[in-house]
Ligand binder design. Structure first.
Ligand code: SAH
Ligand code: SF4
Ligand code: F3S
Length: 479
């Protein structure tokens, strides 16, 4: 006990020193438990939701491996973490289902620890429900303190009680903790956190907090370190990258950040997500047009093609402004692939409104679209709106939209058939032995015969046949 008290007195106050200290303490505990069990302790993270969560999970895994956990294969591991999403109701339901399943596993391995984090945990009703009905959960934390994972696990081990730490928000951005990337050759890079847009259907601003941009110097430093470690492609991440830098002490535009990232030696491809149409500047279009590294792909969420619905959604652009933006993008970057997100069945959506959405889809001709059925999120303005659209009508519209989107995408994707394109080789093909899967600059996948040693390199591939959403190709010999 005295030894423990002494140790606690030594805890550094500032981050990241404090977390490095707790990772050390946790490592001692993990090592001791492994010795007792005669095997390493395993960990398993299951990630729901968007790219931000995927990147957060790489940070969480970095901490766990640094604390001497080893990667487990599935939920039958000693430490299981669900990094949750709450953007739509069905994301939530999945987590409750899985928690029931974990209960059975924990009965067989009572030392197992179960932790929950991510967006869903920022909702007080969710946390209350878990505390009441899912007592086998050991640790609950939110989106603002993922960097504290080691401290929270250590606290759980010391107190033997459920540990809950949810912060309402934060200004703090903790840098320089270990990160374990999923792919050695490509990486997400957070450039900002949170969202200030408050689209009326969306829960993200409530669970991710206010918009905070990272300093450009920290971003550049991180990407330089990544390229030195073999990364050739980065995806700059933010809920609305086009408003990057506006709130920094020395404001800088997203376009300017891209210019600086472009200068980094060794980096070959730059992607970013997500672009809000209302903030997409001409400066950015120019930078995209003149860049050698920015990929010819833009994800530009439409949400609805009806200006009336867009106003109710608080999106702050009209159908005409969106179409004009697409024209300007295409004029500057003729080969650009456009993808989008569309919500069907927003409160008050009429058949005419929906036809407007179909009209935009037909005019823009997207390479792909994520289509979502509107999901009512408690606490958002749209949840209180009258005229929620009946389920059968929404389903019928959703099917029509999906069909339209898929037909167009398969036609549009064909446009490169017969050409030779640069492809970043990402993995061995999961369906065809001896084949590899790579990605075009425009984001379309291509499968071709090749040696796994090519993974992580950029090669030239002839796109022999378009197959709907992907290509079958053949490797061109490099000269
Ligand atoms: N920041 C990004 C999107 C984040 S959420 C942007 O503004 O584009 C990803 C997508 O989920 C959104 O684009 C939207 O299409 C969808 N979405 C968000 N809230 C939703 C809800 N309540 N119901 C259905 N789809 C939703
Ligand atoms: Fe949600 Fe809108 Fe923010 Fe995107 S921009 S995260 S849709 S509130
Ligand atoms: Fe989901 Fe949170 Fe992303 S709600 S979509 S994981 S920001």
């Amino acid at each position: 006990m005295t030894q423990e008290t002494n140790r606690l007195a030594e805890i550094p106050a500032a981050e990241p020193a404090r977390q490095k200290y707790f990772i050390r303490l946790l490592r001692e505990q993990v090592d001791a438990m492994s010795r007792k069990k005669g095997r390493p302790l395993t960990c398993f993270i299951s990630t729901f939701g968007c790219q931000m969560n995927a990147r957060d999970s790489e940070k969480l895994l970095g901490i766990l491996l640094d604390a001497h956990f080893v990667l487990g294969k599935d939920e039958r591991s000693d430490f299981v973490l669900y990094n949750t999403c709450t953007v739509r109701e069905n994301a939530n339901l999945k987590v409750y289902g899985r928690l029931g399943y974990l209960n059975g596993i924990k009965r067989k391995n009572p030392d197992m620890l179960i932790a929950l984090c991510g967006c869903m945990m920022q909702e007080p009703e969710v946390v209350a429900r878990i505390k009441k009905s899912y007592r086998h959960v050991d640790i609950i934390f939110g989106t603002h303190n993922i960097y504290k994972l080691a401290e929270l696990i250590y606290e759980r081990l010391m107190t033997k009680h459920m540990v809950t730490e949810i912060l309402d928000g934060t200004d703090e951005i903790v840098e320089e903790l270990p990160i374990e990337r999923k792919y050695p050759f490509k990486s997400g890079v957070n450039i900002m956190f949170g969202c200030n847009n408050f689209c009326s259907y969306c829960i993200v601003p409530y669970v991710r907090g206010r918009e905070r941009s990272r300093n450009p110097e920290d971003i550049i430093k991180e990407i330089e370190a990544l390229t030195a470690d073999g990364v050739v492609e980065v995806m700059l991440l933010g809920q609305n990258v086009n408003s990057y830098g506006k709130t920094l002490k020395e404001p800088i535009s997203f376009a300017e950040l891209l210019r600086r990232v472009e200068q980094i030696d060794g980096l070959k491809r730059i992607r970013f997500m997500t672009s809000h149409p209302k903030d997409l500047s001409d400066e950015l279009i120019q930078v995209m047009a003149s860049s050698k590294k920015i990929c010819t792909h833009l994800h530009l969420p439409l949400q609805s093609g009806s200006s009336r619905i867009l106003k109710l959604m608080n999106r702050r652009y009209t159908k005409e402004q969106y179409l004009d933006l697409v024209d300007r993008l295409r004029a500057a970057v003729p080969d650009i692939s456009l993808t989008t997100d569309i919500i069907v069945g927003f409160p008050g959506e009429t058949e005419e409104d929906f036809e407007e959405t179909l009209d935009v889809v037909r005019r823009v001709r997207y390479d792909g679209a994520f289509t979502f059925i509107y999901s009512k999120r408690t606490g958002t303005p749209a949840a209180a709106m009258e005229d929620q659209v009946p389920e059968e009508i929404v389903k019928e519209r959703f099917d029509r939209l999906l069909k339209e989107v898929q037909t167009i995408a398969s036609e549009v994707i064909k446009r490169h058939e017969g050409t030779v394109q640069e492809v970043l080789v990402e993995e061995t093909d999961t369906h065809e032995p001896g084949y590899l899967t790579g990605r075009l600059s425009g984001n379309t996948l291509v499968h071709f015969k090749g040696d796994p040693s090519l993974i992580g390199t950029i090669v030239r591939v002839s796109l022999d046949e378009a197959k709907g959403f992907y290509y079958m190709g053949s490797l061109k010999e490099t000269d």
